[in-house]
Design a protein around this ligand. Structure first.
Ligand SMILES: CC(C)(COP(=O)(O)OP(=O)(O)OC[C@H]1O[C@@H](n2cnc3c(N)ncnc32)[C@H](O)[C@@H]1OP(=O)(O)O)[C@@H](O)C(=O)NCCC(=O)NCCS
Length: 181
């Protein structure tokens, strides 16, 4: 198994840290229940705190099993909850990543800063392939992946069900990846 990664990391403007049980209300209110934030995400928008608590249980399970898992994104200046990112291990050497920010945190480069940190943690954990999927119309997310050095590998046709956009119908997605070793 690759090296265990820190549960708290500081970047220039952000703190990335492992979620805790008492984060549920803030996660729910800041982004997980927001239809605009969750539009292109892989999880159904949270309609009650039960969904948020289920995410926190899943996060603990990931952290127990793998070298890392989900991280919350906070402002270094003031500690406000801004969003979430993380590493989702599929094997010891392959992981997926993603990122989301509450609406008031968009457009300041935070997603790119968080994603670059996920690349470093993944490399330190021994990941060889770090990838992300993105809706074909989601230009802002595609730009974040470009800026963080991910290569667009192609379109996976009729591949992914976006639960908040096309429940029950797989849509085309862009596949981006960085090879780290
Ligand atoms: C997508 C998201 C993470 C971007 O976060 P962010 O911190 O605003 O991203 P950054 O500021 O690092 O970079 C965004 C880039 O996209 C560009 N951009 C933003 N909206 C755009 C649009 N509609 N079309 C083209 N480019 C766009 C910005 O100009 C910027 O590029 P630049 O630095 O070259 O100017 C954020 O909007 C979000 O959380 N959305 C909801 C959750 C989500 O969809 N997550 C991704 C799922 S794949």
């Amino acid at each position: 198994m690759g090296a265990r990664q820190p549960e708290r990391v500081e970047t220039e403007r952000l703190v990335l840290r492992r979620p805790r049980a008492d984060d549920a209300e803030a996660i729910f209110e800041r982004y997980a229940s927001d239809p605009e934030v969750t539009r292109y995400l892989s999880f159904p928008r949270h309609v009650s705190l039960a969904s948020t608590r289920a995410f926190l249980a899943l996060s603990d399970a990931e952290w127990s099993r793998w070298p890392a898992g989900p991280y919350l994104i906070e402002s270094r200046d003031g500690g406000d909850l801004l969003g979430s990112t993380g590493l989702s291990f599929e094997t010891e050497q392959r992981a997926a990543t993603g990122y989301l920010l509450s609406r008031d945190a968009w457009g300041r480069g935070y997603a790119t800063e968080a994603l670059r940190t996920m690349v470093e943690l993944a490399r330190d954990a021994g990941v060889l392939r770090l990838y992300a999927l993105c809706h074909t119309a989601h230009a802002a997310s595609a730009r974040v992946l470009d800026k963080a050095g991910f290569a667009r590998e192609g379109t996976l046709r009729r591949y992914f069900v976006f639960p908040n956009l096309s429940p029950g119908e797989p849509l085309d997605v862009l596949c981006y990846a960085r090879v780290l070793g």
